[in-house]
Write a protein that binds this ligand. Structure first.
Ligand SMILES: Nc1ncnc2c1ncn2[C@@H]1O[C@H](COP(=O)(O)OP(=O)(O)OP(=O)(O)O)[C@@H](O)[C@H]1O
Length: 261
């Protein structure tokens, strides 16, 4: 398809997934624009992670299409590309921040190597440049560069998450997927991480899809949100509009349960 100013970064149409008899995801469709942050919210088991994994080509959907706007300006279906193309996308234009940092980091190699690895994957071999870029990125995510040779298993939970973000952003991706990036962290650590994520997405004009069960995360980070219940998108819209004036009874319940003391 030819690019135009009305071409989204990501075009998702009718994506569906079942596990055996169980429908985990009914047809989901949406567009995501460059620099836009979309939150996917809903209770446990509502299909958020299934949707995220289907979009990020981590699992194959049973139906539907996911098209991504390449640097050549063309939309390409990520599920019909070769595995080599998918891998290239995953380590260049896309990032994936896991809920558990151990799934996204190499816990026993140095922080510097964790950040430099994606650059090396793109052909950078100059040790001095790799180290310098890793130091810059540690600083950007508020990790003291003095820790560059330490392994993430010696880091706190918040530091590990920030390192995961640095590792993903070093290749200047255009889209980042995040699966419950702040859950399991102390409230003050969460607040700092959210602040950092907001700052980086804005500075880098980075689009993001963030799966969260926490409406406060959506409120703080997302331009738009989608609410899921039992595998269906039941409401979607601008974040403030959805949270301040929820239309669907399930969204109303979610919002009111947060407001209750
Ligand atoms: N690999 C799998 N095999 C079988 N069923 C699965 C698998 N993955 C997910 N499911 C089922 O699909 C449904 C949606 O799960 P999913 O993990 O997408 O929900 P979720 O909203 O991300 O939940 P949570 O917030 O708990 O991670 C659930 O009923 C789940 O049990």
């Amino acid at each position: 398809m030819k690019p135009s100013s009305s071409t989204p970064l990501l075009r998702v149409r009718g994506v569906a997934k079942r596990y055996g008899d169980q429908v985990a995801l009914h047809e989901a469709s949406f567009d995501l624009w460059p620099g836009e942050v979309l939150a996917v919210v809903g209770e446990s088991g509502s299909g958020k992670t299934t949707l995220l994994n289907a979009i990020a080509a981590r699992t194959a959907p049973d139906a539907g299409s996911v098209e991504f706007l390449g640097r050549d300006g063309l939309l390409q279906d990520v599920h019909t590309m070769s595995q080599a193309q998918q891998r290239l996308l995953a380590r260049t234009d896309w990032g994936f921040v896991h809920q558990n940092p151990a799934d996204g980091l190499r816990m026993d190699v140095s922080a510097g190597a964790n950040v430099g690895e994606r650059l090396m994957g793109l052909g950078e071999r100059h040790y001095g440049r790799l180290r310098c870029t890793a130091e810059e990125w540690l600083q950007r995510v508020e990790i003291d560069p003095i820790r560059i040779d330490d392994a993430p298993r010696t880091f706190s939970g918040g530091m590990r998450q920030r390192l995961q973000i640095a590792r993903n952003l070093v290749t200047q991706p255009r889209l980042i997927f995040m699966d419950e990036p702040t859950s399991g962290l102390d409230v003050s650590v969460q607040a700092r991480l959210l602040d950092l994520m907001r700052q980086l997405t804005r500075q880098m004009h980075l689009a993001a899809i963030i799966v969260t069960h926490d409406l406060a995360v959506a409120r703080l980070l997302a331009h738009r949100m989608m609410v899921m219940q039992r595998g269906r998108v039941v409401e979607a819209g601008l974040t403030d509009q959805v949270l301040d004036d929820p239309q669907h009874p399930y969204t109303q319940l979610l919002v009111s349960s947060v407001l209750q003391p």
